[in-house]
Every structure is written in C-alpha cells, then in structure tokens.
Design a protein around this ligand. Structure first.
Ligand SMILES: CC(=O)SCCNC(=O)CCNC(=O)[C@H](O)C(C)(C)COP(=O)(O)OP(=O)(O)OC[C@H]1O[C@@H](n2cnc3c(N)ncnc32)[C@H](O)[C@@H]1OP(=O)(O)O
Ligand SMILES: O=CC(=O)O
Ligand SMILES: [Mg+2]
Length: 521
C-alpha cells in the first residue's frame, strides 16, 4: 500500500486504521482527489465572478431536473423515518453516550463544525463510534459513570464528516495529504457500515458545506465506489445534505437529484449559511452586509425564503426536510434559562408549522422541548412528507434579499463578535470544537460568522452606533481589552494571532479552520 500513516498510533488505533479502511481511503483518493481539487478551484472561480458583478441564481443547465415532476429520492431507511428531534455534538466518549441516551431520534455525530480535527479527535472519535455501534461503550470520571441505557431506544447515528476543503495531514498517499471528508467517511464506513446493517440500520451521513450539485455528485460517486469496494449493497448509504452555503440554496433540487439513490433529505444549516452570504459577496461592499449577528434571525426575509424553499423542495421529492440549530443552551441563571427554552420552543414551533419533519438541538436538555413541539404537529405520523407546501414559491430575488434585513451594527455587536471569536478559537486550538459562550452554543460555523462580520465591517469602514469607525486599530484595541478581562489571559495569545489573521487579513480567508489546522503538527 502506498498510503502512509503519519499520525501517532495510540492504544486501539489499529481497530480503526485497518488495512481495509486504509486501502479504501487510498482507492478513493486516487479515484476522486483530482475532481475534489477541481471543484475547490471552481468555488474560487465562482466567487471571482460574483466579485465582478455576477449574481447567484437558479442554474439554466439543470432546468430539466427541476422541471421533471417524476423523480423521487429513495424511501427513508430504517432509523431515519421519524427524525422529529436530532441532537448534534462531538464524538468524544462522554458526549457520545449522553447523545445516544438523550431521547433524540437521531444523533448527528459531528466531526465537522463541533470538532477540532486533531489526529486524536479524528481516530479517537471513530473508536467511540465503533464502540457505540457495538453497544460496548462506557466512561467514568471520579464522580460519575456513563453507560448506554439498556432498554431505551437509542438515537440513530448519522456521522458528519469534514467538508471537501479540509485536508487530513496525518494520512498521505504518494506524499500528498488526503481529503478529511474521505478519511472521516471511509474510516466510519469501513469500521461500522456492515455492523450498522447487521443491526437493522445502515451507514448514514450528513454532508456539510457543499457549494454545488457537482460536489454532491462527487459524494454520490464516492458512495457507489465504497459500497462496491466493501461488498455492501448499492443504495445502503443514506446522506442528508446540509444546505448551508449561499450557492447551494439555488441548487437544492439538484442536490437531491444527484444523491437520489442515497439521499435522506436536506437540512437548513443556518449558521454556515449566514457565513456564506458574507463570504460569497466579500467584494460587494455593503450590498450583502449583515447587521449585528443577533439581529439576523430566522424570520428576516432572506432566511425565511431559504427555509420555505427547503421544505417545499424536499417534500416535492419525497425527502425529509430537517430544521436547523437554535443555539440556545440551558443556563444556571433561571431568567436566562427561561428565555433559552422559550426561544428554542418558538424556533421549533415555526419550523414544525412550516412543514419541517424534525429539527436540531445542541443539548440533551433541549430534546424534550423540540420533541413536544413536533409531537403536537406530527401526532402519530413519523413525519410530514405529505405536507407539500405547494403554496410556496420562492424567487432568486427573495433568496438574495439581504438588504431587507433590519438591524444595525453596534459597538456591543462588534465587541461580542470579537470576544466570541477569541474564546472559541482558544478552545478550538486546545482541541475542543464546540463551547458554550454567553449562554449560546458556539462552533466553527458561528465563529465564522463572527470573524467574517468583523472582516466585512472593517473593509466597509462601518460607523458604529457610538460614532466610531471600525478600523484595524479599533478591532485590535477591543481584542486586547477583551483578552485582558479573561481569566488566564495568556492562554489567549495564540487565539489572538489567529483571530487577527482571519478577521483583518487584506484578502478574505476562505475558512478559519484552514490556518487554524496549520498550527497543528
Ligand atoms: C452550526 C452547527 O453546526 S450546530 C451543530 C454543531 N454543534 C454542536 O454539535 C454543539 C453541540 N453542543 C455542545 O457541544 C455542548 O452542548 C456545549 C459545548 C455547547 C455545551 O456543553 P457543556 O458546557 O458541557 O454544557 P452543560 O454543562 O450544560 O452539559 C450538561 C451535560 O450535558 C452534556 N451535553 C451537553 N451538550 C451535549 C451534546 N450536544 N451531546 C451530548 N451531551 C451533551 C454534557 O456533556 C454534560 O454531561 P454531564 O452532566 O454528564 O457532565
Ligand atoms: O451546520 C449547521 C450550521 O448551521 O452551520
Ligand atoms: Mg454548518
């Protein structure tokens, strides 16, 4: 084999880094990496067109797919028929057990937004998944022991691999790092694919951050090859695509079509979506400028258009439509806690009323709230695929109507973005990819919004409510004030450097996780 493992080989890693898994990764890399690289170049080319004045829109070349009334995605697979509440979270051992026990129908086992892809997290997370699938997982601290509930219905596992842009530098083929997406996918598929089938379910995935239906086609081809290579029947894999980039919103139907024999629907990934609005239009001045992060709610016109279109598109094709993450988490402060639950309830109520078949929560404490809302709408039905939403018709202009977003850019909003980005990056660099900050769940997607807003506002020379203009000096000054206010402020020095690199660079940095990952050996 010409695949090399550069990362350390700790206890039990050989159960994951098997010859079968490594040769699958090598095969997928040889067959598909050039195409992956081309698609990444295509992303850059599209942004250049938009910078030069082009507009996103529905694609003329795929009109036939949208106009053909006859095709449908595969019927929902076992464990994915009723998805009324899905919990997301990283694959560390304790959280794996807590998520499976949470009462949610599905657990999105996250190797993406909620994970720092250190080698230990990548392989250790796969070991936790393997133990979970075998129902042989436990964990203990000095004060508490964790085990799977023996007689309870455990959440269906759906693994989210990294996006197409991220490399995995601890695995090399002919000296070249392989794709993080292919690694996360193939390690899980090789270790757990057949085991999941034996248990009556299957290898299921969430696919993040795609920007074109051609990227979905690439995933489909990867699935076909991998199933054939491991002797697993074609069509066994199921994948839910996140619609969480601005270009993807114009290709929802095409995503379902490309993956139709493996599709398990679409999800409205709202946080990356907002990030992508800024990122895609980085050179368009104030045209696509967003106000303070907290004022971009799901009911502003462009977000509403996106979620309505998602439900309409999915149900037209027999696919599940899954709602997004309300980032509120339980708090020890009773007043804040009450607000958090009220906000989650309102968010899920809107989604259930709009026709979503289920939605996401970030914390086990929110599972009952989400379930109760969907129970009230679904009743005995496992989903509401029959709610076709033929009343919905969304235009490109509505998806692009960012200008109608109310709100302003305030000093408090700027300071909040700076503080959140610093705190999040400090945690990420220490190996923790999801954190509770100021009573909200923060992860790579929400941190991307924070740093992108700062980048956009500074570039546009935005004047704050205080009358100050956002400049490099102002951002640096507030960053230092925030850091000095933290306990152990020294800990934040590497986060500070990374933050300034991704928030203030002359040229917009496509993903903060790329320079962040470069910091690891
Ligand atoms: C934009 C997107 O992509 S959203 C999807 C990606 N993001 C995520 O998945 C984030 C998921 N959520 C989390 O990671 C966590 O909830 C955090 C980091 C935000 C907060 O976690 P904590 O600070 O541990 O919260 P808290 O102390 O209230 O947790 C209480 C218990 O619930 C557990 N818990 C909290 N969230 C989760 C979760 N998502 N999955 C499993 N267990 C969880 C904790 O491990 C803790 O367990 P313990 O009592 O046995 O020690
Ligand atoms: O992955 C989900 C998102 O909102 O981003
Ligand atoms: Mg996301």
């Amino acid at each position: 084999m010409a695949i090399e493992v550069i990362g350390t080989k700790s206890d039990r890693y050989d159960e994951i880094l098997t010859e079968r898994a490594l040769s699958l990764i090598e095969q997928l890399h040889r067959q598909y990496d050039a195409r992956r690289q081309e698609l990444l170049v295509r992303r850059t080319a599209r942004i250049a067109e938009i910078s030069a004045g082009a507009s996103l829109g529905f694609l003329p070349e795929t009109k036939d797919v949208r106009d053909d009334p006859d095709w449908r995605v595969a019927p929902a697979a076992p464990g994915l028929i009723d998805r009324r509440v899905e919990i997301t979270g990283p694959t560390d051992r304790k959280m794996t057990i807590n998520a499976l026990n949470s009462g949610a129908k599905v657990w999105l086992a996250d190797q993406e937004d909620a994970n720092t892809p250190t080698w230990e997290n990548v392989v250790g997370g796969q070991l936790n998944l393997l133990d979970a699938v075998k129902r042989q997982i436990d964990f203990s601290t000095d004060t508490k022991s964790y085990a799977l509930k023996p007689d309870a219905e455990l959440a269906t596992i759906v693994v989210r691999p990294r996006g197409w842009h991220l490399p995995e530098k601890h695995l090399l083929v002919d000296g070249t790092p392989v794709s993080g997406s292919l690694v996360d996918f193939a390690l899980y598929f090789a270790a757990c694919g057949q085991l999941q089938l034996d248990r009556g379910q299957g290898p299921y995935f969430y696919l993040p951050k795609m920007e074109s239906h051609l990227e979905a086609r690439l995933w489909n081809d990867v699935f076909v090859t991998a199933q054939e290579a491991l002797g697993i029947p074609r069509g066994t894999i199921r994948a839910t695509c996140l619609i969480e980039t601005y270009p993807a919103a114009f290709e929802m139907e095409e995503f379902l079509y490309e993956l139709r024999e493996h599709s398990a629907g679409l999800n409205a990934g709202r946080w990356d979506y907002m990030f992508s609005v800024i990122k895609t239009h980085r050179d368009r001045g104030v045209e696509f400028q967003l106000p303070d992060r907290n004022s971009v709610t799901m009911t502003v016109p462009f977000m509403r258009a996106y979620t309505e279109l998602l439900v309409r598109t999915c149900h037209k094709r027999g696919a599940h439509a899954i709602g997004g993450m309300a980032a509120f988490i339980p708090s020890k402060d009773p007043a804040v806690n009450e607000q958090a639950f009220a906000k989650v309830q309102a968010d899920k109520t809107r989604e259930a009323g709009d026709g979503f078949d289920g939605s996401w929560v970030a914390h086990p404490g929110m599972v009952d709230t989400c379930r109760a809302v969907f129970d009230a709408v679904l009743g005995e039905n496992p989903n509401q695929l029959d709610k076709l939403r033929e009343d919905v018709s969304v235009t490109a202009d509505q998806l692009l109507n960012v200008a109608a977003t109310p709100g302003e850019v305030t000093e408090a909003g700027l300071r909040n973005n700076i503080s959140v980005a610093l705190q999040y990056l400090a945690a990420w660099l220490e190996g923790t990819g999801a954190v509770g900050i100021f009573n909200l769940m923060e992860d790579a997607a929400t941190a991307e919004i924070s740093r992108s807003q700062i980048w956009q506002w500074r570039k546009n020379g935005v004047v704050l409510d205080t009358g100050d203009t956002i400049t490099t000096e102002l951002v640096e000054r507030i960053a230092d004030e925030e850091i000095n206010a933290f306990d152990q402020s020294l800990r934040y020095q590497s986060a500070r450097a990374l933050f300034l690199e991704v928030a203030l660079a002359d040229e917009y940095v496509d993903f903060l996780t790329i320079p962040a990952y470069d910091r690891f050996a």
